[in-house]
Structures are given as C-alpha cells and as structure tokens.
Design a protein around this ligand. Structure first.
Ligand SMILES: C[S@@+](CC[C@H](N)C(=O)[O-])C[C@H]1O[C@@H](n2cnc3c(N)ncnc32)[C@H](O)[C@@H]1O
Length: 245
C-alpha cells in the first residue's frame, strides 16, 4: 500500500506537477498558479476532465496517510453520531475514524472523480458510510455533528476559503464542530516546517497557500468560527478544532 502510494506520488509529481514547477518563476512573479497556465485549467478541473489523472492523484494522496494517525487520539468522537468529511478525497481519514469508532456513521462528500476513486477502498466501513457527490462552494451535507476539512483550505486563496467556510457555516447545525487539518507555517522564530515546501507547491499547482495558526484563526473568525484547540499530528500537520461563535 505504502509502496503503491509512493509510486503514484512519484508518477504524479514527475508528471503534471513537474511541468507546472518548471514555470515556478512565473508563479512567484505573478502570484498566480502556473498549473493553470501550463494545462489551461485549474488542477481540480483538469482532473475532472481526465479520470486517469484523478485516480493517480487520489492514490498519491495516500503517501502521507501517516498524518492521520493522531486524529483519533486527539479528537473525542464518542458523542458524535455523524461525521461529514468535506472533500474527503480517497476516504482514508474517514475510514480510520469509522474503524476506531464503531457507533459512528460517516458521510464522504467530494467531486464525482474522488468518490469513484474512494469507493473500492471503503468496503470495510461501507455499511456505515454514505457517499455524497457535491461542490463545497454551493453546499455541504447538513446532518453532521463533526465536520472535517482536511488538506482542503490550503488548495485555495483567502477569498475562496471564505466561500468554503461560509458554506460550512450556513449548512452545519449550530452544535457541530469543524476540524481543520493542515500543515502550519511556523510563527515568528518557530523551527522550520514541511509547510514551507508545501507552500511553494500550493502556489505552483493550485493557487493556494499554506498558512500559520494565526492565519487560520483569522479565516475561521471571519466565517463566524472560533478556533478552540490545536493538536500536533505527524508530518508537521495539525488538527485545529473550531466551533460556531
Ligand atoms: C488535497 S485533496 C484532500 C483530500 C482529503 N481531504 C485528504 O486530506 O486526503 C482536496 C480534495 O478537494 C476536492 N475538491 C476540489 N474542489 C472541490 C469542490 N468544489 N467541491 C468538493 N470537493 C472538491 C478534490 O476532489 C480533492 O479530493
């Protein structure tokens, strides 16, 4: 599994992402992602048009599965009945949460190409899982107790993040908790983080960016959420818990 994920990551990184990185100078000068210039479409629109590429991408995301190993230790899911994973990709995080919490029901929401890729991987928890195709700029499922946004906000600029978080705020029940999982840029003189390299990657390939905890606190506050706790995960990732203010 780990070998297959690394192979997919190498093929994807050495393919479209490598071509996009060749135009890094343009991206740095203009602040706009080079991927769309090289391929004529945003990364996710390009994948939607090319199912083979989408499958490669969703498989390659598994190369950093280790990031998720601390989530069930850091978050108490015992009082939740339904967890909604917004743009949950290949379903790895949600399937780990469901496996560790046998009473939970899961909703995996993403674009159709991601759900097609996730479906065969989720057989062990299929009885407690609903797959919902959708667009997080329009709506997210309304019946959750805990919502996940894992490695989603870093794909987008602040304006697009505000749209996604506004959709969450509109559709989530008042009691629900939002968990944001991202690598965090160091604040001040904190030690270096893998987030610095990923910041360049996001600029080139999605037009997004990595952010510090303060940046996420501000984005969440603008959308009506309060960041209440942050826990470290492997690979310089963090899970940030937020509640409606
Ligand atoms: C970087 S991946 C993260 C996947 C997963 N959450 C994880 O951490 O492995 C971003 C996900 O956003 C999804 N996505 C992109 N645009 C979307 C949209 N408009 N609505 C819903 N999902 C979208 C992609 O299909 C992809 O699965």
């Amino acid at each position: 599994m780990a070998g297959a994920a690394r192979r997919s990551a190498a093929k994807h990184g050495g393919g479209p992402f490598y071509q996009s990185f060749a135009a890094l100078t343009d991206a740095v000068r203009s602040g706009e992602e080079s991927y769309a210039k090289v391929f004529g479409a945003h990364h996710f629109a390009h994948m939607a048009a090319e199912p083979g590429l989408a499958e490669l991408f969703h498989r390659s995301m598994a190369a950093s599965n280790a990031m998720f190993s601390g989530v069930t230790r850091s978050v108490d899911f015992s009082r939740a009945r339904t967890v909604v994973d917004i743009a949950g990709g290949n379903g790895e995080l949600l399937s780990r949460i469901l496996a560790a919490n046998p009473g939970l029901h899961g909703v995996l929401m993403d674009l159709p190409n991601a759900l097609a890729s996730a479906r065969p991987r989720l057989s062990e928890v299929a009885g407690r899982l609903t797959l919902v195709p959708g667009d997080f700029t329009k709506s997210v499922p309304a019946n959750g107790d805990i919502y996940l946004l894992s490695r989603v906000l870093h794909d987008w600029d602040d304006e697009q993040c505000a749209t996604i978080l506004a959709t969450c705020a509109r559709n989530m029940p008042p009691h629900a908790e939002l968990l944001v999982i991202e690598r965090l840029l160091p604040e001040g003189t904190d030690p270096a983080s893998l987030a610095i390299l990923w910041d360049v990657h996001m600029l080139c390939n999605t037009g997004g960016r990595e952010r510090s905890e303060s940046d996420y606190r501000a984005l969440l506050a603008d959308a009506g959420f309060e960041l209440t706790e942050t826990h470290q995960l492997p690979l310089d990732a963090h899970v940030m818990k937020a509640r409606r203010r």
